[in-house]
Design a protein around this ligand. Structure first.
Ligand code: NAP
Length: 287
């Protein structure tokens, strides 16, 4: 069997188009244009590139983008004051604090400063609690992107054996929750898991977010499985994921490439979360 590659670029393009149309419709109806504020502290070049991409993506779909930059030595109070001002700004529906923060800043405390109604990264303690308890709320972008890809390819999650490799707050844990919400039978693996290949080989749907280049080879995969690779690594030979694509493609039914798989979904879901936050604000303001 030779797996089909999941085309994340085209699924992400469809999500962006859906958001663009919904934003245009809102504006036509006289409702506020959705707005996303990014907060970048310090001058990490990779973070600056990510922020620029998010700003550009907003512009493409008609979301108003607000760009806030603070020096690396801004200090916790100044960052907190910036977040407070954005929480209070009615033009802003989503607030994104770009991570990682410079040393000396308490990332967890600052993330929790964001109003959960504007937490488009889904990382505040309140948003995480809502996810775990199954209450409505904003969900983290990359895990949402994975579910969107699985849906786009018609992968039935109900009752499916799903294995997630990785338990980070950003990816593994929330992804496991979203799979559970969709009635998959979920196993979460991590660096202390014994006989990883034996566990992953049970999966109908295998999602890998371990941050280890080409960790998952053919032996880790059940024939006919769907394999989602969240990992991304810049190696001398180019970009690679946590999955050995060529080896796994010989065994799986569907597999995401790197690049062009999960990567494009993250920003697309950020736009979608910003739209959702704006819609929720409108619904709350309605008499
Ligand atoms: P992370 O915070 O480093 O977490 C990695 C997780 O994998 C940890 O839970 C760790 O276990 C587990 N792990 C590490 N080595 C393992 C092994 N040999 N076997 C089994 N489990 C192992 O990473 P992350 O933020 O979740 O990101 C994971 C990858 O996704 C990275 O390559 C990152 O660049 C990429 N990423 C991509 C996107 C995107 O948009 N495409 C977004 C976010 C992240 P312990 O908990 O026991 O340490």
């Amino acid at each position: 069997m030779k797996a089909a590659a999941i085309d994340g670029r085209s699924v992400a393009a469809r999500v962006r188009e859906r958001v663009r149309a919904a934003v245009a419709e809102r504006v036509r109806a006289g409702l506020p244009r959705p707005g996303l504020a990014t907060v970048l502290v310090g001058d990490d070049p990779a973070s600056a590139i990510y922020v620029r991409r998010k700003q550009e993506a907003c512009a493409e779909v008609g979301i108003a983008a607000f760009d806030h930059r603070l020096p690396a030595d801004a200090g916790e109070e100044r960052v907190a004051a910036t977040l407070d001002a954005l929480n209070a700004d009615a033009r802003v529906h989503g607030v994104l604090l770009q991570l990682p923060l410079p040393d000396g800043l308490d990332a967890a405390a600052l993330i929790d400063r964001i109003d959960p109604a504007k937490d488009v990264d889904g990382l505040t303690t309140v948003s995480q609690g809502r996810l775990v308890t199954g209450r409505p709320g904003l969900r983290p972008c990359t895990p949402r992107g994975v579910i969107e890809l699985l849906d786009a390819y018609g992968v039935d999650l109900t009752g499916a054996e799903a294995v997630v490799v990785g338990r980070s707050e950003l990816v593994g844990r929330p992804l496991a929750q979203l799979l559970l919400e969709r009635n998959a039978t979920v196993t979460v693996c991590h660096s202390r898991t014994r006989e990883l290949a034996r566990v992953t080989a049970r999966a109908d749907v295998l999602c890998v977010a371990a941050g280890v280049p080409r960790l998952i080879g053919a032996d880790y995969v059940k024939p006919g499985a769907v394999v989602i690779d969240v990992g991304i690594h810049r190696l001398p030979e180019g970009l690679v994921g946590d999955v050995d694509f060529d080896a796994v493609a010989a065994r799986a039914r569907l597999v995401t490439p790197v690049p062009g798989g999960v990567g494009p979904m993250t920003v697309a879901m950020l736009l979608d979360n910003t739209l959702r936050a704006a819609e929720a604000a409108t619904a709350k303001a309605a008499p």
